[in-house]
Design a binder for this molecule. Structure first.
Ligand code: Z5A
Length: 213
């Protein structure tokens, strides 16, 4: 999808994969190079969508069915795209999103039990063919990622309390999506040092955009 000088990049992967860390590093790199950068996250990214984040993520596992979670995610996503992401792309900005639609396909779909085709249909209904230009799949074994999360000593959200099999299904679903959509997705070895991961990410951006930002 051509957007002129604008780029929409999403970061996906399991808990503790380093998505937030890498978005910060890439955002700094791009801003230092003189680009407008809009960083957002999902669920969230607008005041209303942050309220959805709060009710979707907190509480006990099982508070919402997977279908209900999917609807919450797309309600928040629709407003985020309409009010933040599309306007930023229209201005020519780089938009870096901490998770996007693949998270719903993986967490509510492949790992959560909603038919993935139904998730795709909802995406088409809400957003048409709107998708990131590049999606980084930050790949790390779930136990390794969770060790990083636990070492932060925060209160865990209801997704971080799910059983190991859920995370194993999620990792494998991400790798399947990357295999199905190699033009959009790039799998990054997230077990490396933050600097090495950042180098790999920049390399993919150079290859895919044809410019060194
Ligand atoms: N969810 C969903 O179900 N459906 C949807 O459609 C959407 C989301 C959009 C959001 O939680 C939850 O919502 C998510 C899926 C669900 N499930 N969970 N959990 P979140 O935003 O709170 O969690 P997260 O997205 O997984 O982020 P995270 O746990 O903060 O991980 P991260 O952003 O990938 O990692 P980080 O914060 O950059 O780093 C984690 C720690 O590791 C930190 O202490 C770093 O200093 C450290 N770190 C980072 N990189 C490295 C490297 N390379 N080496 C060593 N240590 C590192």
């Amino acid at each position: 999808m051509s957007r002129g000088g604008a780029h929409f990049i999403s970061f996906e992967g399991g808990e503790g994969a380093g998505k937030t860390t890498q978005i910060k590093l890439l955002g700094e790199h791009l801003r230092n190079a003189g680009h407008e950068v809009v960083i957002t996250r999902e669920p969230g990214g607008t005041p209303d969508a942050e309220i959805v984040r709060d009710i979707a993520l907190n509480g006990e596992p099982g508070r919402w069915s997977a279908v209900e979670e999917m609807l919450l995610m797309y309600t928040a996503r629709s407003q985020l795209v309409r009010t933040v992401i599309r306007p930023a792309l229209d201005r020519g900005a780089w938009v870096l999103s901490d998770r996007f639609a693949d998270s719903t396909l993986v967490y509510q779909g492949y790992a959560g039990g909603v038919d993935p085709d139904d998730v795709r249909k909802l995406h088409a209904l809400v957003l048409g063919d709107f998708n990131p230009d590049i999606t980084f799949i930050m790949d790390i074994a779930p136990d390794n990622g969770m060790r990083r999360v636990h070492s932060r000593a925060e209160v865990l959200n209801q997704f971080e309390l799910r059983d190991d099999a859920f995370y194993v299904r999620a990792r494998s679903a991400y790798l399947d999506i990357a295999a199905q959509e190699p033009e959009r997705c790039a799998v990054i070895n997230a077990t490396q040092s933050p600097e090495a991961v950042a180098d790999d990410i920049l390399q993919v951006i150079i290859e895919r955009t044809g410019t060194k930002p």
